[in-house]
Design a protein around this ligand. Structure first.
Ligand code: FAD
Length: 380
């Protein structure tokens, strides 16, 4: 059984499609050239009510469920990955962690500000010495009177350079580590001992920067602990499992848009006296892309349906993330091939998509890590 697209869901999706096509797509290239997120983009998203859409209504959020959130990501990514990240900063990995595990005080402090985009949150797990092997993190939190002292370094943290609060995953018990020795803290910008020591720009979505965050004898009070002491790995992995379905939908949206571009070009461009669309070599590329997008959508929507029903979807989320992130790479490559040289010209939309989507096979668990997780589950 697949996900039921109810009339309400269909209505939300059609409003999103109209909004992204009319409001976001026209500024996507400009944002890419600028390499920064203009205030206008934040305003557009805020005024349309999409920031914080996954957060509870009582804290100013949109109260949408994970399915609607993921379908929104699919629509936003048809314009640019940058817009999906505005959602992530206000409603994604870290905000979701606060919403799920926060105390009433933490929720009241952070969620209303995140819901309006006044504040942005970042998710701080990866370190120079611990990427795929996230349980090997070394950033530590040491108990002191009235709180904790953090020491260590996080890197490649999306939006870490602009975040007002960071969900920092730390080791609180070096013996137990992932089995009860990892805890998560909420660290506000400006906390003494917490500094953004480097900002990285990647090959795609230039407007989204990655921060290197350094913690040096950084004191946080007891009430900065998110969830239970020792429960941090579970909180982080819970956010990541949901995040993987979001990434999957983002890949589907981008792939669908690139296929549309390829079809449009194939019909318009004539070579040797005929449109490209008449050539079997081109038709097969289009057919293969359409098939793979349909498969990706079926797999992901089915997993969303099971998540909604309360099933454990850990391995399925890995399958979705793995398949969708590899699928979008193949679709991008075929679409570039169908366009020929023009696809590689700076300032052309497809060139931007081609750069933007590469990260999907690396962020939130690489393809190899997801294959490992799937196999581990099957072989246990
Ligand atoms: C654009 C971008 C945004 C990011 N945003 C965030 C963020 O917001 N927060 C955050 O915490 N992190 C973030 N990351 C970090 C990301 O999660 C890591 O880059 C990713 O987990 C891989 O870690 P690594 O780069 O250290 O690669 P490594 O772990 O060093 O891996 C290198 C290569 O070896 C492979 N490999 C590793 N172990 C194995 C194995 N056992 N078997 C086979 N192959 C293996 C990997 O698959 C990969 O191909 C981001 C990264 C990028 C690129």
């Amino acid at each position: 059984m697949n996900l039921e697209i109810t009339p309400e869901l269909a209505e939300v999706r059609s409003a999103l499609r109209k909004f992204t096509r009319e409001q976001l797509e026209p500024i996507a290239l400009e944002i890419d050239k600028l390499g920064a997120i203009p205030e206008r983009a934040w305003h557009l998203m805020r005024d349309a009510g999409y920031l914080g859409m996954q957060l509870p209504v009582e804290y100013g959020g949109g109260g949408f469920d994970m399915t609607t959130y993921c379908l929104a990501l699919e629509e936003f990514s048809r314009s640019s990955r940058v817009f999906t990240m505005l959602l992530d900063y206000t409603s994604g990995l870290a905000p979701l962690g606060i919403s799920r595990a926060g105390t009433p005080e933490q929720k009241a402090r952070y969620l209303p500000k995140l819901a309006t985009g006044e504040w942005k949150a970042a998710f701080g797990l990866t370190e120079p010495g611990a990427g795929s092997d996230s349980a090997a993190i070394s950033t530590s939190a040491r108990r002191v009177e009235g709180g904790w002292v953090l020491n260590g370094k996080k890197h490649y943290i999306s939006g870490g350079n602009i975040a007002d609060v960071v969900m920092v995953v730390t080791v609180t018990d070096a013996q137990k580590r992932a089995r009860g020795g990892i805890s998560t803290f909420l660290v506000d910008k400006g906390t003494p001992g917490f500094v953004v020591t480097r900002t990285d720009t990647t090959i795609g979505s230039d407007a989204i920067k990655l921060g290197e965050l350094t913690f040096e004898d950084c004191f946080v009070p007891d009430n900065a602990l998110l969830g239970e002491l020792g429960g941090g790995f579970k909180i982080a992995m819970g956010s990541l499992t949901s995040g993987r379905l979001g990434v999957s939908c983002s890949c589907i949206g981008a792939a669908d848009r690139m296929l549309e571009m390829a079809i449009g070009h194939a019909k318009e461009r004539n070579t040797f006296g005929k449109p490209l669309a008449d050539r079997q070599a081109i038709q097969w590329m289009i057919a293969d892309s359409a098939l793979e997008i349909q498969l990706a959508r079926s797999l992901t929507y089915e997993t969303l349906r099971r998540a909604q029903a309360g099933d454990d979807i850990g391995t399925s989320a890995s399958m979705c993330k793995l398949y969708c992130s590899e699928m979008v790479g193949r679709v991008a490559d075929r679409s570039v091939q169908i366009h020929g040289g023009m696809a590689l010209m700076r300032g052309f939309n497809l060139e931007r998509f081609y750069r933007d989507i590469r990260h999907y096979r690396i962020g939130e668990g690489t393809s190899e890590v997801h294959r490992m997780l799937i196999a581990r589950d099957l072989l246990k």
